[in-house]
Design a protein around this ligand. Structure first.
Ligand code: XMP
Length: 515
Protein backbone atom coordinates (compact mmCIF):
# COMPACT_ATOMS: atom_id res chain seq x y z
CA UNK A 1 0.00 0.00 0.00
CA UNK A 2 1.07 3.57 -0.67
CA UNK A 3 0.18 6.01 2.11
CA UNK A 4 -0.56 9.62 1.17
CA UNK A 5 -0.38 12.03 4.08
CA UNK A 6 -2.67 14.95 3.27
CA UNK A 7 -1.39 18.31 4.46
CA UNK A 8 -4.28 20.15 2.84
CA UNK A 9 -3.11 20.57 -0.76
CA UNK A 10 -5.63 21.59 -3.41
CA UNK A 11 -4.19 18.68 -5.40
CA UNK A 12 -4.45 15.80 -2.90
CA UNK A 13 -7.43 14.23 -4.71
CA UNK A 14 -5.53 14.53 -8.00
CA UNK A 15 -2.52 12.86 -6.39
CA UNK A 16 -4.81 10.17 -5.00
CA UNK A 17 -6.20 9.50 -8.46
CA UNK A 18 -2.77 9.35 -10.14
CA UNK A 19 -1.54 6.80 -7.59
CA UNK A 20 -4.84 4.89 -7.79
CA UNK A 21 -4.41 4.69 -11.56
CA UNK A 22 -1.19 2.70 -11.07
CA UNK A 23 -3.47 -0.04 -9.75
CA UNK A 24 -1.64 -0.10 -6.39
CA UNK A 25 -3.69 0.16 -3.20
CA UNK A 26 -3.54 3.65 -1.75
CA UNK A 27 -4.75 5.21 1.47
CA UNK A 28 -5.08 8.93 2.18
CA UNK A 29 -4.78 10.01 5.81
CA UNK A 30 -4.52 13.27 7.73
CA UNK A 31 -1.29 13.96 9.65
CA UNK A 32 -3.02 13.45 13.02
CA UNK A 33 -4.22 10.06 11.90
CA UNK A 34 -0.77 8.74 10.99
CA UNK A 35 1.20 9.99 13.92
CA UNK A 36 0.70 6.74 15.76
CA UNK A 37 3.79 5.49 14.02
CA UNK A 38 4.03 2.13 15.81
CA UNK A 39 0.60 1.01 14.57
CA UNK A 40 1.44 2.14 11.09
CA UNK A 41 4.77 0.42 10.87
CA UNK A 42 2.87 -2.88 11.20
CA UNK A 43 0.65 -2.01 8.22
CA UNK A 44 1.71 -3.13 4.77
CA UNK A 45 3.12 0.24 3.72
CA UNK A 46 5.53 0.22 0.78
CA UNK A 47 6.00 3.97 0.50
CA UNK A 48 4.76 7.31 1.79
CA UNK A 49 3.89 10.46 -0.13
CA UNK A 50 3.69 13.73 1.78
CA UNK A 51 1.32 16.09 -0.03
CA UNK A 52 1.61 19.83 -0.47
CA UNK A 53 -0.39 22.21 1.69
CA UNK A 54 -1.15 25.89 2.26
CA UNK A 55 0.92 26.20 5.46
CA UNK A 56 4.40 27.37 6.26
CA UNK A 57 6.43 24.88 8.36
CA UNK A 58 7.13 27.67 10.88
CA UNK A 59 3.48 28.79 11.03
CA UNK A 60 1.34 28.46 14.15
CA UNK A 61 -0.58 25.17 14.01
CA UNK A 62 1.29 23.96 10.91
CA UNK A 63 0.67 20.21 10.53
CA UNK A 64 3.70 18.01 11.17
CA UNK A 65 4.78 14.39 11.16
CA UNK A 66 6.53 11.90 13.41
CA UNK A 67 10.22 12.15 12.44
CA UNK A 68 10.49 8.36 12.48
CA UNK A 69 8.77 8.36 9.08
CA UNK A 70 11.97 9.75 7.66
CA UNK A 71 14.43 7.24 9.16
CA UNK A 72 14.70 5.42 5.84
CA UNK A 73 12.36 2.53 6.73
CA UNK A 74 9.92 3.61 4.01
CA UNK A 75 10.68 5.40 0.75
CA UNK A 76 9.24 8.91 1.18
CA UNK A 77 8.31 11.38 -1.56
CA UNK A 78 7.70 14.91 -0.23
CA UNK A 79 5.82 17.29 -2.53
CA UNK A 80 5.97 21.08 -1.99
CA UNK A 81 4.97 21.48 1.71
CA UNK A 82 5.83 17.78 2.09
CA UNK A 83 9.37 18.47 0.86
CA UNK A 84 9.70 21.54 3.09
CA UNK A 85 8.50 19.60 6.12
CA UNK A 86 10.92 16.77 5.34
CA UNK A 87 13.82 19.24 5.11
CA UNK A 88 12.71 21.08 8.27
CA UNK A 89 12.36 17.91 10.37
CA UNK A 90 15.77 16.63 9.24
CA UNK A 91 17.60 19.85 10.16
CA UNK A 92 17.47 21.82 6.90
CA UNK A 93 16.18 25.39 6.62
CA UNK A 94 13.03 26.62 4.93
CA UNK A 95 12.90 30.21 3.80
CA UNK A 96 9.58 31.99 4.10
CA UNK A 97 7.89 33.08 0.90
CA UNK A 98 9.72 36.16 -0.38
CA UNK A 99 10.11 34.69 -3.83
CA UNK A 100 6.91 32.92 -4.87
CA UNK A 101 6.73 30.79 -8.01
CA UNK A 102 3.43 29.92 -9.68
CA UNK A 103 2.75 28.19 -12.96
CA UNK A 104 5.05 26.52 -15.48
CA UNK A 105 8.82 26.33 -14.91
CA UNK A 106 11.88 24.65 -16.41
CA UNK A 107 14.49 23.01 -14.21
CA UNK A 108 18.29 23.14 -14.40
CA UNK A 109 20.05 19.96 -13.32
CA UNK A 110 22.73 20.42 -10.69
CA UNK A 111 23.67 16.83 -9.81
CA UNK A 112 22.41 13.29 -10.40
CA UNK A 113 20.69 10.54 -8.46
CA UNK A 114 19.55 8.30 -11.28
CA UNK A 115 18.00 5.71 -8.93
CA UNK A 116 15.67 8.08 -7.14
CA UNK A 117 14.94 10.40 -10.04
CA UNK A 118 16.04 9.68 -13.63
CA UNK A 119 17.21 12.89 -15.38
CA UNK A 120 14.82 12.49 -18.30
CA UNK A 121 11.80 12.78 -15.98
CA UNK A 122 12.87 16.32 -15.06
CA UNK A 123 13.61 17.58 -18.57
CA UNK A 124 10.30 19.14 -19.57
CA UNK A 125 7.87 21.53 -17.89
CA UNK A 126 7.05 21.27 -14.21
CA UNK A 127 4.25 23.11 -12.39
CA UNK A 128 5.03 25.30 -9.39
CA UNK A 129 2.68 26.69 -6.76
CA UNK A 130 4.58 27.79 -3.68
CA UNK A 131 5.76 30.68 -1.57
CA UNK A 132 8.24 29.02 0.84
CA UNK A 133 11.22 26.99 -0.34
CA UNK A 134 14.06 24.92 1.11
CA UNK A 135 17.16 27.11 1.21
CA UNK A 136 19.55 24.93 3.26
CA UNK A 137 19.55 21.19 2.68
CA UNK A 138 19.53 18.74 5.57
CA UNK A 139 22.63 16.59 6.07
CA UNK A 140 22.93 13.75 3.59
CA UNK A 141 20.88 15.43 0.85
CA UNK A 142 21.95 16.66 -2.60
CA UNK A 143 20.21 19.22 -4.74
CA UNK A 144 19.38 17.45 -8.01
CA UNK A 145 17.74 20.37 -9.86
CA UNK A 146 17.07 24.07 -9.38
CA UNK A 147 14.53 26.44 -10.83
CA UNK A 148 15.59 29.33 -13.07
CA UNK A 149 15.36 31.53 -9.93
CA UNK A 150 18.05 29.27 -8.44
CA UNK A 151 15.77 27.73 -5.81
CA UNK A 152 16.12 24.07 -4.78
CA UNK A 153 13.46 22.25 -6.81
CA UNK A 154 14.46 18.59 -6.39
CA UNK A 155 16.39 17.20 -3.43
CA UNK A 156 17.38 13.59 -2.78
CA UNK A 157 19.12 11.75 0.04
CA UNK A 158 22.45 10.20 -0.95
CA UNK A 159 21.70 6.76 0.60
CA UNK A 160 18.12 6.64 1.84
CA UNK A 161 15.04 6.64 -0.38
CA UNK A 162 13.98 10.18 0.50
CA UNK A 163 13.02 12.47 -2.37
CA UNK A 164 11.65 16.03 -2.26
CA UNK A 165 9.99 17.89 -5.14
CA UNK A 166 9.17 21.57 -4.84
CA UNK A 167 6.87 21.29 -7.86
CA UNK A 168 3.66 19.26 -8.24
CA UNK A 169 4.22 16.01 -10.19
CA UNK A 170 0.54 15.04 -9.85
CA UNK A 171 -0.90 17.83 -12.05
CA UNK A 172 -1.12 17.35 -15.80
CA UNK A 173 0.96 20.43 -16.56
CA UNK A 174 4.05 18.75 -15.13
CA UNK A 175 4.74 16.99 -18.40
CA UNK A 176 6.51 13.90 -17.02
CA UNK A 177 4.86 14.08 -13.57
CA UNK A 178 2.79 10.92 -13.85
CA UNK A 179 5.90 9.03 -14.94
CA UNK A 180 7.72 10.41 -11.88
CA UNK A 181 4.97 9.13 -9.59
CA UNK A 182 4.91 5.75 -11.35
CA UNK A 183 8.70 5.60 -10.98
CA UNK A 184 8.32 6.23 -7.24
CA UNK A 185 5.52 3.69 -6.83
CA UNK A 186 7.04 0.88 -8.89
CA UNK A 187 10.82 1.33 -8.98
CA UNK A 188 11.51 3.00 -5.64
CA UNK A 189 8.81 1.36 -3.52
CA UNK A 190 9.16 -1.98 -5.34
CA UNK A 191 5.48 -2.56 -6.09
CA UNK A 192 4.37 -4.91 -8.82
CA UNK A 193 2.44 -3.36 -11.70
CA UNK A 194 -1.26 -3.79 -10.91
CA UNK A 195 -4.45 -3.82 -12.91
CA UNK A 196 -5.28 -0.49 -14.55
CA UNK A 197 -8.79 0.69 -13.77
CA UNK A 198 -10.65 0.68 -17.08
CA UNK A 199 -14.32 1.14 -16.36
CA UNK A 200 -15.71 3.76 -14.00
CA UNK A 201 -19.20 2.29 -14.02
CA UNK A 202 -18.79 -0.51 -11.44
CA UNK A 203 -17.23 1.93 -8.91
CA UNK A 204 -19.94 4.54 -9.45
CA UNK A 205 -22.68 1.88 -9.14
CA UNK A 206 -21.08 0.50 -5.99
CA UNK A 207 -21.14 3.96 -4.40
CA UNK A 208 -24.66 4.58 -5.66
CA UNK A 209 -25.92 1.26 -4.24
CA UNK A 210 -24.50 2.19 -0.83
CA UNK A 211 -26.21 5.58 -0.97
CA UNK A 212 -29.52 4.06 -2.13
CA UNK A 213 -29.44 1.26 0.45
CA UNK A 214 -30.24 3.60 3.31
CA UNK A 215 -33.42 4.86 1.61
CA UNK A 216 -36.97 3.68 2.01
CA UNK A 217 -37.45 0.79 -0.52
CA UNK A 218 -39.06 1.82 -3.81
CA UNK A 219 -39.23 5.51 -2.97
CA UNK A 220 -38.72 7.99 -5.79
CA UNK A 221 -35.53 10.00 -6.16
CA UNK A 222 -35.38 13.62 -7.28
CA UNK A 223 -32.59 14.83 -9.53
CA UNK A 224 -31.49 18.41 -10.04
CA UNK A 225 -30.35 18.70 -13.67
CA UNK A 226 -28.13 21.69 -14.48
CA UNK A 227 -27.69 21.13 -18.22
CA UNK A 228 -24.04 20.22 -17.71
CA UNK A 229 -22.24 16.92 -18.19
CA UNK A 230 -21.98 16.05 -14.48
CA UNK A 231 -25.65 16.11 -13.55
CA UNK A 232 -26.59 14.51 -16.88
CA UNK A 233 -24.22 11.61 -16.25
CA UNK A 234 -25.49 11.25 -12.67
CA UNK A 235 -29.12 11.23 -13.86
CA UNK A 236 -28.48 8.76 -16.69
CA UNK A 237 -26.70 6.42 -14.26
CA UNK A 238 -29.64 6.66 -11.84
CA UNK A 239 -32.19 6.20 -14.59
CA UNK A 240 -30.40 3.04 -15.69
CA UNK A 241 -30.58 1.71 -12.14
CA UNK A 242 -34.03 2.79 -10.93
CA UNK A 243 -35.90 3.65 -14.16
CA UNK A 244 -39.06 5.71 -13.77
CA UNK A 245 -38.50 6.16 -10.03
CA UNK A 246 -36.11 8.94 -11.04
CA UNK A 247 -37.84 12.31 -11.30
CA UNK A 248 -35.71 15.07 -12.85
CA UNK A 249 -36.19 18.78 -12.46
CA UNK A 250 -34.47 21.10 -14.94
CA UNK A 251 -34.54 24.74 -13.95
CA UNK A 252 -34.10 27.57 -16.40
CA UNK A 253 -32.10 30.02 -14.28
CA UNK A 254 -31.81 32.52 -17.11
CA UNK A 255 -28.06 32.08 -16.69
CA UNK A 256 -27.41 29.52 -19.43
CA UNK A 257 -25.83 30.08 -22.85
CA UNK A 258 -27.76 31.07 -25.96
CA UNK A 259 -30.51 28.50 -26.83
CA UNK A 260 -29.03 26.10 -24.32
CA UNK A 261 -32.10 25.39 -22.22
CA UNK A 262 -34.33 24.19 -25.04
CA UNK A 263 -31.65 22.18 -26.83
CA UNK A 264 -30.69 20.40 -23.62
CA UNK A 265 -34.30 19.72 -22.67
CA UNK A 266 -34.81 18.03 -26.03
CA UNK A 267 -31.75 15.84 -25.47
CA UNK A 268 -32.97 14.82 -22.01
CA UNK A 269 -36.44 13.92 -23.14
CA UNK A 270 -35.89 12.54 -26.61
CA UNK A 271 -32.45 10.91 -26.57
CA UNK A 272 -31.92 9.97 -22.93
CA UNK A 273 -35.58 9.23 -22.14
CA UNK A 274 -35.31 11.00 -18.78
CA UNK A 275 -38.41 11.96 -16.84
CA UNK A 276 -37.95 15.74 -16.90
CA UNK A 277 -40.05 18.44 -15.31
CA UNK A 278 -39.01 21.85 -16.75
CA UNK A 279 -39.28 24.96 -14.56
CA UNK A 280 -38.76 28.54 -15.71
CA UNK A 281 -37.33 30.55 -12.80
CA UNK A 282 -35.25 33.05 -14.76
CA UNK A 283 -37.14 36.02 -13.41
CA UNK A 284 -36.69 34.98 -9.78
CA UNK A 285 -32.92 34.48 -10.19
CA UNK A 286 -32.45 37.82 -11.93
CA UNK A 287 -34.56 39.63 -9.39
CA UNK A 288 -32.52 38.25 -6.49
CA UNK A 289 -29.23 39.04 -8.23
CA UNK A 290 -30.21 42.62 -8.93
CA UNK A 291 -27.54 45.07 -7.73
CA UNK A 292 -25.17 42.30 -6.52
CA UNK A 293 -21.54 42.56 -7.65
CA UNK A 294 -19.60 40.48 -5.11
CA UNK A 295 -18.69 37.01 -6.56
CA UNK A 296 -19.17 35.02 -3.36
CA UNK A 297 -22.49 36.75 -2.71
CA UNK A 298 -23.62 35.89 -6.26
CA UNK A 299 -22.75 32.23 -5.72
CA UNK A 300 -24.54 32.16 -2.37
CA UNK A 301 -27.68 33.81 -3.76
CA UNK A 302 -27.75 31.39 -6.68
CA UNK A 303 -27.23 28.43 -4.36
CA UNK A 304 -30.01 29.61 -2.08
CA UNK A 305 -32.37 30.30 -4.96
CA UNK A 306 -31.75 26.77 -6.27
CA UNK A 307 -32.64 25.46 -2.83
CA UNK A 308 -35.83 27.53 -2.74
CA UNK A 309 -36.90 26.47 -6.24
CA UNK A 310 -36.19 22.82 -5.57
CA UNK A 311 -37.88 22.94 -2.19
CA UNK A 312 -41.01 24.28 -3.88
CA UNK A 313 -40.79 21.79 -6.76
CA UNK A 314 -40.05 18.82 -4.54
CA UNK A 315 -43.40 19.28 -2.81
CA UNK A 316 -44.96 18.10 -6.06
CA UNK A 317 -43.03 14.83 -5.82
CA UNK A 318 -44.36 13.40 -2.60
CA UNK A 319 -42.74 10.00 -3.06
CA UNK A 320 -39.18 11.43 -3.35
CA UNK A 321 -36.91 10.72 -0.39
CA UNK A 322 -33.50 11.58 -1.87
CA UNK A 323 -31.86 14.17 -4.05
CA UNK A 324 -29.26 13.33 -6.72
CA UNK A 325 -26.52 15.82 -7.45
CA UNK A 326 -23.71 15.71 -10.01
CA UNK A 327 -21.05 16.79 -7.50
CA UNK A 328 -17.62 15.66 -8.72
CA UNK A 329 -14.27 15.41 -6.95
CA UNK A 330 -12.97 18.87 -7.90
CA UNK A 331 -16.16 20.54 -6.54
CA UNK A 332 -15.57 18.80 -3.23
CA UNK A 333 -11.90 19.77 -3.12
CA UNK A 334 -12.33 23.43 -4.03
CA UNK A 335 -15.15 23.82 -1.54
CA UNK A 336 -12.71 22.42 1.00
CA UNK A 337 -14.70 19.43 2.16
CA UNK A 338 -11.76 17.15 1.48
CA UNK A 339 -9.49 17.88 4.38
CA UNK A 340 -9.24 19.83 7.58
CA UNK A 341 -6.16 21.64 6.27
CA UNK A 342 -7.36 22.87 2.85
CA UNK A 343 -8.50 26.45 2.22
CA UNK A 344 -11.77 27.50 0.56
CA UNK A 345 -11.08 28.85 -2.95
CA UNK A 346 -14.69 29.30 -4.11
CA UNK A 347 -17.99 28.09 -2.69
CA UNK A 348 -19.30 25.77 -5.36
CA UNK A 349 -23.02 26.01 -5.27
CA UNK A 350 -23.66 22.32 -5.72
CA UNK A 351 -21.98 21.24 -2.50
CA UNK A 352 -23.79 21.31 0.82
CA UNK A 353 -26.96 23.10 1.85
CA UNK A 354 -29.70 21.31 -0.05
CA UNK A 355 -30.51 18.11 1.85
CA UNK A 356 -30.57 19.64 5.34
CA UNK A 357 -33.07 22.20 4.11
CA UNK A 358 -35.16 19.69 2.21
CA UNK A 359 -35.15 16.84 4.66
CA UNK A 360 -33.89 14.47 1.98
CA UNK A 361 -30.85 12.21 1.77
CA UNK A 362 -28.17 13.16 -0.69
CA UNK A 363 -27.14 10.86 -3.55
CA UNK A 364 -23.85 11.87 -5.18
CA UNK A 365 -22.52 8.91 -7.16
CA UNK A 366 -19.77 10.94 -8.93
CA UNK A 367 -18.12 12.36 -5.80
CA UNK A 368 -14.89 10.44 -6.37
CA UNK A 369 -14.57 11.04 -10.10
CA UNK A 370 -12.77 13.80 -11.98
CA UNK A 371 -14.10 15.48 -15.09
CA UNK A 372 -12.32 13.21 -17.56
CA UNK A 373 -13.49 10.16 -15.60
CA UNK A 374 -17.08 11.47 -15.58
CA UNK A 375 -16.87 11.88 -19.35
CA UNK A 376 -15.60 8.31 -19.75
CA UNK A 377 -18.53 7.10 -17.62
CA UNK A 378 -20.96 9.17 -19.73
CA UNK A 379 -19.70 7.41 -22.87
CA UNK A 380 -20.18 4.03 -21.17
CA UNK A 381 -23.77 5.10 -20.48
CA UNK A 382 -24.41 5.98 -24.14
CA UNK A 383 -24.69 9.78 -23.83
CA UNK A 384 -24.01 11.34 -27.30
CA UNK A 385 -20.38 12.28 -27.94
CA UNK A 386 -21.08 15.93 -28.86
CA UNK A 387 -22.78 16.44 -25.50
CA UNK A 388 -20.01 14.64 -23.58
CA UNK A 389 -17.35 16.73 -25.33
CA UNK A 390 -19.02 20.01 -24.44
CA UNK A 391 -16.78 22.24 -22.42
CA UNK A 392 -17.46 22.31 -18.67
CA UNK A 393 -19.94 24.95 -17.59
CA UNK A 394 -20.23 26.18 -13.99
CA UNK A 395 -23.44 25.67 -12.02
CA UNK A 396 -23.89 29.42 -11.37
CA UNK A 397 -23.58 29.85 -15.14
CA UNK A 398 -23.13 33.20 -16.83
CA UNK A 399 -23.53 34.99 -13.47
CA UNK A 400 -19.80 34.34 -12.89
CA UNK A 401 -18.97 35.77 -16.30
CA UNK A 402 -20.95 38.99 -16.14
CA UNK A 403 -18.57 40.88 -13.87
CA UNK A 404 -20.28 43.57 -11.86
CA UNK A 405 -24.04 43.87 -11.91
CA UNK A 406 -26.11 41.22 -13.69
CA UNK A 407 -28.86 42.71 -15.83
CA UNK A 408 -30.91 41.11 -18.63
CA UNK A 409 -29.18 43.43 -21.14
CA UNK A 410 -25.66 42.56 -20.00
CA UNK A 411 -26.52 38.84 -19.99
CA UNK A 412 -27.89 39.11 -23.53
CA UNK A 413 -24.72 40.91 -24.66
CA UNK A 414 -22.50 38.21 -23.16
CA UNK A 415 -24.62 35.44 -24.73
CA UNK A 416 -24.10 36.90 -28.20
CA UNK A 417 -20.33 37.22 -27.75
CA UNK A 418 -20.08 33.73 -26.30
CA UNK A 419 -22.08 32.26 -29.20
CA UNK A 420 -19.70 33.85 -31.73
CA UNK A 421 -16.67 32.49 -29.86
CA UNK A 422 -18.03 28.94 -29.70
CA UNK A 423 -19.18 29.06 -33.33
CA UNK A 424 -15.75 30.19 -34.55
CA UNK A 425 -13.99 27.49 -32.51
CA UNK A 426 -16.20 24.91 -34.27
CA UNK A 427 -15.69 26.49 -37.70
CA UNK A 428 -11.91 26.40 -37.31
CA UNK A 429 -11.88 22.88 -35.85
CA UNK A 430 -10.48 24.22 -32.59
CA UNK A 431 -13.33 23.40 -30.19
CA UNK A 432 -11.81 20.10 -29.05
CA UNK A 433 -8.32 21.60 -28.94
CA UNK A 434 -9.28 23.65 -25.88
CA UNK A 435 -10.65 22.29 -22.62
CA UNK A 436 -12.88 25.25 -21.83
CA UNK A 437 -13.59 28.45 -23.72
CA UNK A 438 -15.83 31.33 -22.79
CA UNK A 439 -16.26 35.07 -22.80
CA UNK A 440 -16.34 37.34 -19.77
CA UNK A 441 -18.12 40.69 -19.82
CA UNK A 442 -15.98 43.18 -17.92
CA UNK A 443 -17.41 45.96 -15.76
CA UNK A 444 -15.55 48.63 -17.73
CA UNK A 445 -16.26 50.57 -20.87
CA UNK A 446 -13.69 51.75 -23.34
CA UNK A 447 -13.52 54.26 -26.15
CA UNK A 448 -13.64 53.10 -29.74
CA UNK A 449 -14.01 54.56 -33.17
CA UNK A 450 -16.69 53.16 -35.47
CA UNK A 451 -17.24 54.76 -38.85
CA UNK A 452 -16.35 58.35 -38.18
CA UNK A 453 -17.87 58.42 -34.72
CA UNK A 454 -16.67 57.87 -31.22
CA UNK A 455 -18.11 54.87 -29.37
CA UNK A 456 -17.99 54.11 -25.67
CA UNK A 457 -18.89 50.46 -25.24
CA UNK A 458 -18.19 47.32 -23.22
CA UNK A 459 -15.02 45.23 -23.11
CA UNK A 460 -15.05 41.42 -23.24
CA UNK A 461 -12.26 39.09 -22.25
CA UNK A 462 -11.92 35.70 -23.91
CA UNK A 463 -10.71 32.83 -21.75
CA UNK A 464 -9.57 29.64 -23.51
CA UNK A 465 -7.67 27.10 -21.43
CA UNK A 466 -6.14 23.66 -21.66
CA UNK A 467 -6.61 21.35 -18.69
CA UNK A 468 -7.39 17.77 -17.81
CA UNK A 469 -9.40 18.13 -14.64
CA UNK A 470 -9.83 21.86 -14.02
CA UNK A 471 -7.47 21.78 -11.05
CA UNK A 472 -4.62 23.33 -13.02
CA UNK A 473 -4.88 24.98 -16.41
CA UNK A 474 -2.84 26.87 -18.93
CA UNK A 475 -4.08 29.48 -21.39
CA UNK A 476 -4.46 28.14 -24.91
CA UNK A 477 -1.96 29.36 -27.48
CA UNK A 478 -4.57 29.61 -30.25
CA UNK A 479 -3.44 30.63 -33.74
CA UNK A 480 -3.12 34.39 -34.22
CA UNK A 481 -5.40 34.21 -37.30
CA UNK A 482 -8.11 32.73 -35.08
CA UNK A 483 -7.70 35.53 -32.53
CA UNK A 484 -7.80 38.13 -35.30
CA UNK A 485 -10.96 36.61 -36.80
CA UNK A 486 -12.73 36.32 -33.48
CA UNK A 487 -11.93 39.89 -32.49
CA UNK A 488 -13.16 41.18 -35.85
CA UNK A 489 -16.33 39.08 -35.72
CA UNK A 490 -17.26 40.09 -32.17
CA UNK A 491 -16.75 43.82 -32.68
CA UNK A 492 -18.60 43.71 -36.03
CA UNK A 493 -21.42 41.34 -35.16
CA UNK A 494 -22.24 42.28 -31.57
CA UNK A 495 -23.42 45.83 -31.03
CA UNK A 496 -22.23 47.24 -27.71
CA UNK A 497 -18.71 45.77 -27.68
CA UNK A 498 -15.80 48.09 -28.32
CA UNK A 499 -12.86 45.92 -27.41
CA UNK A 500 -11.82 42.26 -27.12
CA UNK A 501 -8.95 41.11 -24.90
CA UNK A 502 -7.43 37.64 -24.46
CA UNK A 503 -6.63 36.26 -21.01
CA UNK A 504 -3.05 34.87 -20.81
CA UNK A 505 -2.96 33.73 -17.18
CA UNK A 506 -2.46 30.15 -16.02
CA UNK A 507 -4.13 28.45 -13.03
CA UNK A 508 -2.52 28.92 -10.58
CA UNK A 509 -2.15 31.78 -9.88
CA UNK A 510 -5.50 32.71 -11.50
CA UNK A 511 -8.58 30.48 -11.43
CA UNK A 512 -10.31 29.50 -14.68
CA UNK A 513 -13.45 31.54 -14.08
CA UNK A 514 -12.93 35.21 -13.31
CA UNK A 515 -15.24 35.07 -10.29
P1 XMP B 1 -12.11 27.62 -11.28
O1 XMP B 1 -12.69 28.92 -11.67
O2 XMP B 1 -12.36 27.25 -9.85
O3 XMP B 1 -12.88 26.54 -12.15
O4 XMP B 1 -10.65 27.49 -11.65
C1 XMP B 1 -12.54 25.18 -12.27
C2 XMP B 1 -13.63 24.52 -13.07
O5 XMP B 1 -14.84 24.49 -12.29
C3 XMP B 1 -15.87 25.25 -12.91
N1 XMP B 1 -16.55 25.98 -11.84
C4 XMP B 1 -17.71 25.59 -11.27
N2 XMP B 1 -18.51 24.55 -11.52
N3 XMP B 1 -20.02 25.28 -9.83
C5 XMP B 1 -19.67 24.40 -10.80
O6 XMP B 1 -20.44 23.48 -11.06
C6 XMP B 1 -19.27 26.35 -9.52
O7 XMP B 1 -19.61 27.13 -8.63
C7 XMP B 1 -18.05 26.52 -10.28
N4 XMP B 1 -17.05 27.45 -10.24
C8 XMP B 1 -16.15 27.10 -11.22
C9 XMP B 1 -15.17 26.15 -13.92
O8 XMP B 1 -16.02 26.49 -15.00
C10 XMP B 1 -14.00 25.28 -14.34
O9 XMP B 1 -14.37 24.33 -15.31
Amino acid sequence: MILIVDFGSQYTEVLHRVVRETGIKVQVALPDEVNNFQTLSNANIRGVILSGGPHSVYGVGAPTLDKQFLDGRFPVLGICYGMQLMAHLLGGRVSRGHQAEYGPAKLNMSSRNANLVPDELLQEHVWMSHGDHVDALPEGFDCIAKTSDNLNAVIAHKDKKLLGLQFHPEVVHTTRGQSLIRHFVFNICGNEAGQQLQSFKPKAIELLDKQLASLEPNCDVLCALSGGVDSTVAATLLSEQIGQRLQCVFVDTGLLRKNEFNATLALYREKLQLNVHAVNSAELFLQRLQGITDPEQKRKIIGKTFIDVFEAESKKFTRCRALVQGTIASDVIESSHSSAHAQVIKSHHNVGGLPEKMNMSLVEPLRHLFKDEVRALGRELGIPEDFIRRHPFPGPGLALRVLGEITPERLALLREVDAVLIDQLHRDGLYDAVWQAFAVLLPVKSVGVKGDGRSYDSVVALRCVGSKDGMTADWSKLPLEFLATISRRITNEVAGISRVVYDITSKPPATIEWE
